[in-house]
Write a protein that binds this ligand. Sequence first.
Ligand code: 5GP
Length: 184
Amino acid sequence: MNETGRLIILSGPSGSGKTTLCKQLMKDPRVKRSVSFTTREPRGREQDGVDYHFITIRRFERLIKEGKFLEYAEYCGSYYGTPLEPVEEAIKEGELFILAIDVKGALQVMEKIPETTSIFIMAPDEGALRKRLEDRVTDSATDINKRVEEAEIELKYRDRYDHCVVNDELEVAVSEIKNILGLS
Ligand code: 5GP
């Protein structure tokens, strides 16, 4: 692989604001993001091929067998995975390529590609996290509770990341990440 691009992991609990941060960062034309595959149902206005590639469990498991993922993980009862090919392509093209993925997936990528820059995103506290999940209104109460529980586990891994950013004020968090990536 001709490694000229840079791979960036943004992870942290569901509700920490990774998707919003990603959208802000992508206003810079040098920044692109990976579109993951998932077996969960689309939420709200999510579009297939834009937010995720929504596929069946059967197809996901076939893609695992075919070695098509850089990493994949099970999160709250669904599969999520990063397709390998676009990552290889982005690195070749010299892009800044963001993977917004959970901690289990992040640990796999850090091991496979140690030169990846990893950033852990945190909500200011559990109350704020829960409120963000509730404000999405598309998640059921059970799903929200599962995600808050998962967040507690994920927080324990924040020291494994190169950087940790608290997403309280969106603009502040965006500029902190831009500084880390040398985009300011
Ligand atoms: P959501 O269902 O809220 O879109 O995502 C649930 C969790 O899965 C989030 O933490 C999100 O970052 C993570 N996720 C999204 N895509 C991937 C992926 O390709 N791989 C892994 N490991 N996690 C992912």
